[in-house]
Design a protein around this ligand. Structure first.
Ligand code: ADP
Ligand code: MG
Ligand code: MG
Length: 557
């Protein structure tokens, strides 16, 4: 391959992006694993139980979903080895995170932008309209708390570098030629050349076109897995150590997601300076992802023994919460914390409240309104929640919009993360997008205004859904997005009570960020760690709880 590869390198000049390679062609969409697969059976038999024990004993667990038992934990499904991710792209998205935080913060504080982005959506999407109503109520009565705490997670997937991306790839996009080995002695045939005066032979192989990261979405509410991600990173360090591969550890970046996110909550608490205040976690009726949530609580306690965390569902807040005349949020506390009698909750973290099913009755909506009206610093505040909707994300991606919120150079960097996003409103532009999607459904993802996975529409079903609603305003509840085709790799999926299986997978990297500030001032905007979720390449969405996706960490190459 060597002469051919070099010839392509040589002829691929500045116009190298003009070709017509097929970005959906699977044969060129692979990433090598960090160790040669398959692993010998005797190695697997040794390492899998060790990895499971590590996960269990470090709390990388969840509660049983199908057979709920509050007293029992199971390790969360995970991949045995870290999955490959290009270092250049990892560093790029890490560096961008503070800017993305600021972008979300500014959007959340731009009423006119939110209004125009969401005005059509809220006419047809009941859930978004209810959030909007809360926002309007709070705005009209005067915001009691002008500070917001953003704990955001920007999710990206890799895709093949295509026309226009050369600046990012910094290599010709068609073919990246990786050097496998440099032989300095007894070099045989091949490309000959001098390195430090000695003769060498480079063995090249045809590899994937350069991969670049593209954003799947930005989460501003209930960004989860910060704690478990850090534990899986540790497990992969342990596994590589047990496999006697310590030299690979330098490919595994540190992951302080838990400390970073909790640091964000603590700085919000400090911004208040009220020693009696608690941090209130708004949780589901039943929390399956309990380890992830509890570790946040314990980490806050570890960093700051003086801060108390309480957990309440929206239903409980409806029963136990009220506002004082000066809008402090008071939660009637259980005996264990009766010192506080009733707790002024000055920081509120929503780990629930992002999906309609979590509002059983009007009481839960009332509870949400009570929290939003209060003086507590919320993560997210209602405007941050709205800024994280899929519709707003699509509107941000319109040409010229980023420049309203960021400097020209920052806007350019962020825009390089975006893939095609299309409005489906009742305009000629929307008509065109509908047409495009109906003609080529496999190229797109159809997204409603929902969070938490499992809500998007793919493939043939896009056609079915759009054909039903193409002439009605109902389509304005959705947005359309280019489908990202990430590179495929192999890894061993480890699930409870099942043999580890070598499967073909794709990964999604989440970058956490924290930001604290009000409309005028931003006190801090930070990168706060990362997480990797990997799923079977054959499924559209692989929820960790559903068992089709699993926790993973990055192996930078
Ligand atoms: P949610 O807020 O429910 O997590 P996402 O936009 O993240 O919504 O979509 C859920 C999942 O669907 C993602 O984790 C990813 O696996 C898949 N997905 C979403 N958008 C795309 C896309 N543009 N291309 C490929 N897969 C996508
Ligand atoms: Mg989301
Ligand atoms: Mg998501």
């Amino acid at each position: 391959h060597t002469p051919l590869a070099l010839a392509i390198m040589a002829t691929c000049g500045s116009n190298c992006c003009d070709g017509d390679f097929d970005k959906d062609d699977v044969t060129t969409r692979t990433i090598e694993s960090c160790l040669p697969f398959p692993l010998p059976d005797e190695i697997l038999e040794d390492i899998v139980p060790k990895a499971k024990d590590f996960a269990l004993l470090h709390g990388a667990g969840m509660r049983y979903k199908n057979k709920y038992d509050a007293d029992t934990l199971q390790f969360a499904p995970f991949f045995l080895l870290p999955s490959g991710f290009p270092r250049r792209e990892f560093e790029r998205v890490v560096k961008l995170q503070p800017i993305i935080n600021i972008l979300m913060h500014k959007i959340a504080h731009d009423h006119e932008f939110l209004r125009s982005a969401l005005e059509k959506t809220i006419k047809v999407d009941e859930f978004t309209r209810r959030l909007w109503d809360i926002y309007t109520t709070v705005r009209e009565e005067g915001v009691a708390q002008d500070m917001s705490l953003g704990l955001v997670r920007s999710d990206v997937m890799l895709t093949k570098c295509q026309a226009g991306c050369c600046e990012l790839c910094q290599t010709p996009p068609y073919v990246t030629v990786h050097q496998v080995e440099v032989n300095t002695i007894a070099s045989g045939f091949g490309h000959m050349g001098p390195i430090s005066g000695s003769m060498f032979r480079c063995d090249y192989f045809y590899s994937v076109p350069s991969q670049i990261a593209q954003q799947v979405e930005i989460n501003t509410v209930a960004s989860s897995f910060g704690a478990l991600a850090a534990r899986i990173s540790l497990m992969h360090r342990y596994v590589l150590g047990e496999l006697r591969k310590p030299e690979l550890l330098s490919h595994l970046p540190e992951n302080d997601a838990l400390a970073g996110l909790c640091g964000g909550m603590i700085s919000a608490w400090d911004a208040y300076g009220c020693p009696k205040a608690v941090i209130l976690f708004v949780v589901e009726d039943v929390t399956y992802n309990i380890c992830d949530q509890r570790f946040h609580e314990y980490e806050i306690r570890r960093q700051r023994p003086d801060i108390h965390v309480i957990r309440r569902s929206l239903t409980q807040i409806g029963q136990q919460g009220h506002l004082t005349s000066d809008k402090r949020l008071i939660i009637t506390c259980a005996p264990a914390v009766s010192d506080y009698e009733s707790c002024p909750a000055y920081v509120v973290l929503f780990r629930a409240g992002y999906e309609p099913g979590q509002y059983h009755t009007e009481a839960e909506w009332e509870a949400r309104l009570t929290v939003e009206r209060s003086k507590a610093i919320k993560s997210p505040s209602i405007q941050y929640h709205l800024a994280g909707t899929k519709k707003v994300q699509q509107e941000i991606a319109r040409p010229g919009i980023l420049k309203k919120f960021l400097s020209d150079s920052e806007a350019k960097l962020v825009s390089q993360l975006f893939t095609g996003l299309y409005t489906l409103d009742m305009s000629p532009e929307g008509d065109q997008a509908v047409q495009m999607a109906v003609e080529n459904p496999e190229r797109f993802v159809l997204k409603p205004q929902r969070e938490g996975g499992g809500n998007n529409v793919y493939g043939e079903e896009i056609r079915t859904v759009l054909e039903k609603i193409r002439d009605s305003k109902e389509r304005e509840a959705y947005i359309l997005m280019d489908r990202i085709r990430p590179p495929i790799q192999q890894n061993y999926l480890v699930r409870a009570h099942q043999a580890a299986t070598l499967v073909e997978v794709v990964s999604e990297l989440g970058i956490f960020g924290t930001i604290l500030g009000n409309a005028k001032d931003i006190q801090s905007s930070k990168f706060a760690g990362h997480m990797l979720r990997t799923k079977l390449s054959s499924v559209n969405e692989g929820g960790v709880a559903a068992g089709l996706g699993a926790l993973d960490s990055v192996f930078l190459f």
